[in-house]
Design a protein around this ligand. Structure first.
Ligand code: IMP
Ligand code: MG
Length: 173
């Protein structure tokens, strides 16, 4: 395994996830919340968010998309690999994503999910790399802004490795 430099340690990460959960609790005020976890990267974030919302009626949905990459450059073509299991009709849904990079994945997903007629649809991303943005994405909840480095941990991978780190780090080149 390569050496990983810590960018956001576990304590800071957990404190921010709890803060986001507190914001969501306040805004949804007792409504049933459907968290849409984008596999695989947002599994840890979704799980912790859901646990911090232990006193709310939280439901989970999973979606998996893939973008075709040529090296490190995304082609912008996105394919649905695993779709929602239940209807979103009339539900208050929050898309939970690990990181907004170019913004292509989320702008595609938001348009796709809007067609399912939820009562409301918000967007929550743990990380954002604004310097890399190609498609405009308006997130309602953001954990941290990160520099233009390839980050791993807390769900984020490099060739499927490092997802299980309890912190966010970056790889030494
Ligand atoms: P976007 O469509 O370019 O915004 O890409 C979003 C997806 O690319 C994320 O959901 C991640 O899976 C992946 N990604 C982008 N940047 C990173 C990174 O720094 N580390 C790990 N995965 C990343
Ligand atoms: Mg992802």
């Amino acid at each position: 395994m390569k050496n990983v430099n810590v960018l956001i340690d576990e304590k800071k990460l957990q404190a921010r996830v709890k803060e986001i959960a507190d914001e969501i609790r306040k805004e949804y005020n007792g409504k049933t919340i459907t968290l849409i976890c984008i596999l695989k990267g947002s599994t840890f974030f979704t799980a912790d968010l859901a646990r911090y919302l232990y006193d709310q009626d939280v439901r989970l949905e999973f979606i998996r998309v893939s973008s075709y990459n040529e090296g490190t450059v995304s082609s912008g073509e996105i394919k649905m690999k695993l779709d929602l299991k239940d209807s979103l009709q009339g539900k208050d849904a929050i898309v939970v994503e690990d990181i907004i990079d170019t913004g292509r994945t989320l702008s595609y997903l938001i348009e796709y999910l809007k067609l399912k007629n939820p009562n409301s649809l918000k967007l929550c991303a743990l990380l954002t790399k604004p310097s890399r943005r190609v498609c405009k994405v308006d997130a309602d909840y953001i954990g941290f802004e990160v520099p233009d480095k390839f980050v791993v941990g807390y769900g984020l991978d490099c060739n499927e490795q490092y997802r299980n780190l309890p912190y966010i780090g970056y790889l030494e080149d």
